[in-house]
Structures are given as C-alpha cells and as structure tokens.
Design a protein around this ligand. Structure first.
Ligand code: GCV
Length: 689
C-alpha cells in the first residue's frame, strides 16, 4: 500500500511537472539560477508591488525579505522619488526628466557603502514598466550586477484592437470566443481580465479597443458602457486605457435621429452628449476607433461628406476630454481603380484637414495584411496628420492558429521600409490574436506575436532575433541549445509561409470569405476585388499585377527613390516582382531560373522549410513540458500538411496557364486540381459576426 501511494505521488508530481497549458504566457516566474539579491525595499502601487513580490518568490525560489527603512548589501530598491525619500535623495531629476510619464531607470549603484539595484521612474506607470523590465532580465538570466538602463517608449500609442463582437464571436479570431464576457459584466470580473492587463503592461501596451471595428451601435448604450467601465477599472492600475469602436450611424440606430450627417447640428450635439456620457463612465477613456465607408460600414460619405468631416465631428466631441479619434484608412469601393490605390487617393488630399486629435490608422500594406506586402504609400505622404500603423496579429491570412508564423520579421520589414515608416507614425495598433482558449492565442507561438508587437511598439530598435530570444527564454526555457534552435525556427517561419502561400509578390489568393487555404482559381465573389483572379492575373502569357505606368500605376504613389527600386521588372527584387509586374513565364529571374521554375522552387522550398521546422522542433521539444511540446508537434504536422496543400493546389492551377512541367523528380501533388477546387469549408473559423 505504502509503495502504491508513493508511486501515485510520483506519477502526480510527474504530471504536474509536465503539464503546462500556456496560460501563464511569458510571465511564468519559475525558478531560475538566481542573481544576487538579498532584500527588497519597495514603495509602489499595489499591483506593482504584488507583481514583483510574487514574481521574485517564484524566480528565486523563496520570498525576498522586505526592508522598511534600511538598505543592506544586495537590496533591490524600487520606488519613485515621490514615494521613497531614499530615491528622492539620489537627485536623479536630470536623468528622469527625459523619460516622461512612462519611462524608467534601472541602475546598479552604491548608497551609503551598500551595493543596491534601483528601479525608478517619474510615475507609477513608469515604475510598473521598469519592474517588468527588471523581471525580464532575471527571467532571461542576464547579469544584474552592472546595470545602467534608461528606457522610454518609442511611440506614445501602443494599442491592441480586438475584433470581438458583443456576442463573444471574434471576427478573424482563431483562439476561441472573446475573452470579454459581456453577459456577465459588470458584476463578474474574470481573473483573465487582470492577467490580460498584466501581460499587456509587461510589454508596454497601454491601450485596448474592446470591440470589433465592424461595430455594433449597442456598445454606446448605457448598458454596455457600464460593462466597459468595469473593464476599464481592472485595466487602469496597469496603465491601460480603454477605447471603443463606434458605428457611424449610431445617432440613428440608438439615438433616434433621422440622419448621421456629420454637418447636421443635431448629430453633432448627439455625439457631444454621448461622449460626455462615456467620460462619466470612464473618466480616462482613450477615444473612438472608426471604420467608415468601408466594406459596408456607414460613414460620412453616405451624406456627401468627407472622411475629415466625419472624423472632425467626433474629434470635437472628444477634445474637451483629451480623447482621440483613430479613423481607419482601410477603404476601397467597388470601382475599376486598383484596390491598392484607393486609400491613398481618398486620404492624401485630406492631409492637413483633420483636427489635432485625429489619428489616421493605416494598415501596414495597401491591400490587407497579406503574408508579404510593400509598405502602405500613405506612410510619408501625410506629413500633417498623425498616423497609426495597424498590424494584424491574428493570422487571418497566415494560416490561422494552426501555422507557426513569427511575425516580428514582417513588422520589422514594414517599419524599416520606405521613408522609413517608423519615423512617420505616432502609434501602433495590433489586431489582437487573443481568445478564451486556455493558452490565449490558440497556438503557443501565437503568443510571440502579441509579445513582439508590444515590445516593438515600445522599442522600435529591437531586432526580430532579440525579441524571439527573450520570448523563448521566458515562455519555455533558458537552455542555450533549445533557445538557439527555436529561434532559428521562428526566424524562418514567416518566409516559409510566404514561400508556400504567396511567393514572389503574389497576394490574396486564399479561400473566398473565410480566407482558409488556397483558392487562386476563385472568381465568383460579388465584387471583382474580392476574387483571387483579380490579384494574380495569370494568363497564358504570364502572371502578376502590373502596377507600373503601363498598368494601374499604383507605383506612382511612392516617392521616386522607392519607385526606382520596383519599377523595372528586370531589377525589381524577386520578392516583390508579381506585386508590381505582369511577367512572362519564361522571364529570367535573378537566380537564373525562369519565372515558372522559380515559382515551383519557392513553393517546394516553403514545404521543405516546414518539414525542417518540424524536425528541428522534435529534436529539442523534450527540453520543455510534454503538454506544450506535444501540442506544437501536432500543430506543425497540420502546418506541413497544409503547406503541401497550398503548394500542390497553386502549382497545379498556375500550370494550366504556364503549360510547363513541375521540376524533374519533384514530389508529385497528392490530388488533382479538380479535387482541390471542390474542397469546401463552410465552418472555417473567424467569419461569424
Ligand atoms: C474587421 C479584412 C477582413 C475583415 C476586416 C477588415 C477590416 O477585410 O477580412 O474581416 O473587418 O479587413 O480591417 O476592417
């Protein structure tokens, strides 16, 4: 019996040790090789104090003794000058001043002959960011013996946009239902709301838009404002402001007016009063996000007014409260004009006409969050308007939550492009990939995109590799061999997806509506620019969208030096070729292969890369808990299967135009083109509203 109990205990310990569900994200705080810290002296807001003491207890394996008045050798001293006289006495005013409301200092110094580590800031928010940074140093096992770090955010607005509906479905969401349970709010405050706020604060995210840009007008009713206020109450101590997406027709739908014309005084008055009401519920409310006159949403153009008229009306209502309007530039209408040109054509002439508190929110590329797009031409073209850069963390076009796609290289590619983009923006918005799945994002590596978005919005100089390194160490393990392999997998993953989905500048050739899987043949959508055939334009002569002067001339929207890089098919880098040019099948590529050969090569390389990723993962996965190791293996095997599906379906289809063979000896497609064309996915996730 004794033996049996012992065995049972051993099995239970083993299960506990090996069961990790991903809920703790990168804030696991498990014991690491402890740095030399002997005591803690802290004066901070309760959430900061709790985070630090809990984290240190986990990381060091025991609680740090708390000091009230003294300092001993090896103390961690944490507080703002306003909270701690010991810190005020250091007279760090000059060092702290440039760090503003959110920055922080971390220093190793000697006070009264004692070596201490100081974490300080001008404000409680800054201090919380400093604490999270310090914890990151310990979690990633960096030395803390000689620190001199001063950090302030690159951008003041670092916001997650949830495309979450009030019924808890999530548009383009692949990780379950919304984390916001509007039905049980405001009475029930799920622990998840606090953990969500902790995770965001740990990477510097300071705003959240709670609801879908395809907005239900109900969000502005008192019933929902009370619920939003409850969430704001949870997020506030973590420095996170709440924003709401609003429906431009709200004055009609919930206000009982006959019009939503932004120049109508009654409409203006309705928005003013409604905004005042919002601030009664949420005194530090951030502002409104608006999708107007886009994909069927109402907007000022319904009344013959411009985007500036609409945005300014809301801006005037928000201005007395210091709120902002984030007005989206994702607009395109059913016209013969190249869809890639339309946002620029509508918004560029409005530069200088927006109120000071309007931010125009522009997607990273001119079409729609594709695996690869050139940067959006509005960046650099609206010098008198603050611009928000919008990325999509949820993988609508990058394999949903079953494909491992580390997106920091995509973010970096955009930030570093053109004028460059990073110097043309005031903020970054990320379309969230979060749902109520236990691991938040559906795929353990989806968490890395949430993480990378926050870290890059805080510090635009971080490299994709640095971010991956710190994320892996905190999320999985500090084992150098593991970190090295997983980092290589992550850094290769986005390019692998481009290769097996949309190589050489191809774009938007996925399944209609749900965007799952390949469907380059699709041509039955109600409007031309929702059809893959509109985007790839394959014919017997060649493939690609001519956007040069001989075609739609979308290229003219870019500055001359950028144009020069892309305008000639012979010099245009291969990765952009079919975005800008319609190219003959036997066009000679930079590699020496013909276009058709290169296309085949890319699709095959993409699948090979996933096979390599799978093998590399399986070689190191035993370094971590079995639960996540197994989950990732299974997901990689789905990814491998789907990558081959993409390759085979696309090549068989494009082959009907090129009339050229697949490379000699290449793995043959598993099915016929007809088979792929007949696949149907009625229940693909993410499309419910
Ligand atoms: C929220 C794409 C997506 C839509 C999304 C839209 C947008 O078209 O498919 O689901 O709508 O972008 O960004 O507004």
């Amino acid at each position: 019996m004794k033996n049996f109990l012992f065995l049972l205990l051993a099995i239970l310990c083993q299960i506990t040790l090996h069961a990790e569900d991903g809920y703790r994200l990168w804030l696991r705080y498990d014991k690491v090789d402890a740095p030399h810290l002997t005591a803690l002296r802290i004066e901070a807001a309760p959430v900061a104090q709790k985070e630090l003491t809990t984290a240190l207890e986990g990381l060091l394996g025991k609680p740090l003794p708390l000091l009230l008045n003294t300092l001993t050798e090896g103390t961690l001293l944490v507080g703002t000058p306003a909270r701690l006289t010991t810190v005020a006495a250091l007279h760090l005013e000059k060092d702290l001043a440039p760090l503003g409301e959110e920055g922080f200092l971390i220093r190793s110094l000697t006070i009264s002959g004692k070596h201490v580590t100081l974490v300080t800031a001008n404000t409680d928010n800054g201090l919380l960011y400093g604490i999270f940074h310090f914890l990151r140093l310990i979690q990633t096992q960096q030395s803390i013996s000689d620190l001199n770090i001063s950090s302030a955010p690159s951008l003041p607005y670092r916001i997650l946009d949830h495309w979450d509906n009030l019924n808890r479905t999530v548009e383009r969401g692949y990780a379950g239902f919304s984390i916001f349970n509007w039905f049980t709010l405001p009475g029930y405050l799920d622990q998840r709301y606090t953990d969500y706020a902790r995770a965001n604060a740990s990477i510097g995210i300071n705003g959240t838009v709670l609801n879908n840009v395809n907005a239900s007008p109900l969000i502005l009713t008192s019933e929902y404002l009370e619920k939003a206020a409850a969430l704001a109450g949870v997020f506030r101590p973590y420095g996170i402001r709440v924003y709401l997406s609003v429906n431009f027709a709200s004055p009609i739908t919930i206000g009982g007016l006959r019009t939503a014309d932004p120049l109508d005084p009654a409409v203006q008055d309705w928005w003013k009063k409604k905004t005042d009401e919002v601030y009664k519920y949420i005194p530090d409310f951030g502002g409104f996000l608006v999708k107007a006159n886009s994909e069927g949403q109402p907007g000022p153009q319904n009344y013959g007014r411009t985007h500036a008229d609409g945005a300014n009306m809301l801006a005037d209502a928000l201005a007395p409260h210091k709120g902002i309007v984030m007005w989206r530039a994702f607009v395109y209408s059913e016209s013969s004009e190249d869809r890639a040109k339309q946002a620029y054509n509508e918004f560029k002439p409005l530069d200088g006409l927006f109120r000071k508190n309007v931010w125009v929110q522009v997607k990273n590329g001119p079409i729609d969050f594709q695996p690869r797009e050139p940067y959006h031409p509005l960046f650099g073209a609206m010098p008198r308007t603050p611009l928000m850069l919008e990325f999509q963390l949820t993988q609508e076009y990058l394999g949903f939550s079953t494909h491992l796609a580390y997106l920091a290289p995509l973010f970096r590619e955009c930030l570093d492009a053109g004028p460059p983009v990073s110097s043309a923006i005031t903020g970054m918005a990320g379309v969230a990939n979060i749902g109520n799945d236990i691991d938040w994002c559906g795929h353990p590596f989806g968490q890395a995109n949430w993480y990378a978005f926050g870290r890059l919005a805080w510090d635009q100089h971080l490299s994709s590799g640095q971010i991956a390194d710190e994320w892996i160490r905190q999320t999985f393990s500090n084992n150098p061999a593991f970190v090295d392999t997983v980092k290589r997998i992550m850094l290769a993953s986005r390019e692998a997806i481009v290769d097996y989905m949309t190589p050489l500048g191809l774009h938007h050739i996925m399944g209609y509506g749900h965007h799952y899987g390949p469907a380059p043949w699709y041509n039955k959508a109600p409007r031309a620019d929702w059809n893959p055939v509109y985007f790839h334009r394959a014919d017997s002569a060649g493939i690609g969208f001519d956007r040069t002067a001989t075609g739609s001339n979308a290229l003219e929207q870019y500055p001359p030096d950028v144009r020069a890089l892309w305008e000639n098919a012979d010099n245009c880098p291969d990765r952009w070729l079919l975005w800008w040019h319609h190219v003959a099948w036997d066009h000679r590529m930079h590699t020496g292969r013909t276009l058709w050969e290169e296309l085949c090569h890319k699709y095959y390389t993409g699948v090979d890369s996933v096979r390599w990723m799978e093998k590399a993962w399986n070689a190191v996965k035993n370094d971590i808990d079995q639960q996540r190791a197994r989950q990732i293996s299974m997901l990689l095997s789905i990814q491998e299967h789907e990558a081959a599906w993409w390759r085979d379906a696309c090549l068989l289809y494009f082959q009907t135009f090129s009339r050229q063979p697949l490379p000699a000896g290449a793995e043959l497609p598993a099915h016929t083109l007809d088979y792929y064309e007949k696949l149907n996915f009625n229940n693909a996730p993410g499309t419910l509203r």
